[in-house]
Design a binder for this molecule. Structure first.
Ligand code: HEM
Length: 168
């Protein structure tokens, strides 16, 4: 299942975003530690970049977790589906550290390192959207509905058996 790596990767990467949030809490309000120069003021570029890294490190893994289960149901050629999967995962893994590097080593900002994972992740989403456009979701919904009925049917039968005299 192609999307399984996005669900697992997203769940693993999510911790990084919260760890960054906890780290920011050390200086963002009443500082508990000596605040590095670039993080002193709310709108300093390094502080904004680190804040963006925190947000990306939470939201991009969440997008992986949400899109992962759909990847295998999209009308996309196998290679495009695999490419979307890897672009979403590598974009989510690469963007937060690239932004954090730009935050802590300001000269690196000029290299625009964070552009690559941001473009990769966006390309992954574009592929998913193109696949969604080609996919007939009515089939998906009816299949999900049929599965639900089947499950309910099984439940009813099990109950009928349990309630039958001398039942299980
Ligand atoms: C325990 C969990 C979290 C902690 C400790 C935390 C901590 C922080 C801190 C300290 C800041 C301010 C940084 C600064 O002043 O430069 C911040 C900003 C932000 N966080 Fe979190 N965060 C957490 C969870 C989340 C979650 C789940 C989201 C959802 C995406 C999120 C989104 C944001 C956003 C959008 C900002 C920027 C807000 C603004 O512009 O002031 N955070 N976070």
């Amino acid at each position: 299942m192609t999307g399984a790596r996005n669900v697992k990767g997203g769940l693993v990467l999510l911790a990084g975003g919260f760890a960054a949030g906890l780290a920011m809490s050390l200086y963002a309000f009443a500082p508990l530690v000596a605040v590095p120069a670039g993080l002193a003021h709310y709108d300093d570029v390094p502080r904004r970049l680190f804040r963006l890294a925190h947000i990306a490190a939470i939201m991009l893994p969440l997008v992986n977790i949400v899109l992962g289960p759909w990847l295998d149901r999209l009308a996309l050629p196998g290679r495009a589906r695999a490419a979307a999967s890897w672009l979403l995962l590598l974009g989510a893994a690469g963007l937060p550290p690239a932004l954090a590097l730009e935050a802590f080593v300001p000269p690196v900002i000029l290299l625009h390192l964070s552009a690559l994972p941001a473009l990769a992740f966006s390309l992954g989403v574009f592929l998913v959207s193109a696949g969604a456009y080609r996919t007939d979701f009515t089939k998906e919904v009816s299949r999900a509905g049929a599965n639900q009925h089947a499950t309910e049917g099984q439940g009813d039968r099990r109950r009928a058996l349990q309630e039958a005299p001398g039942g299980a």
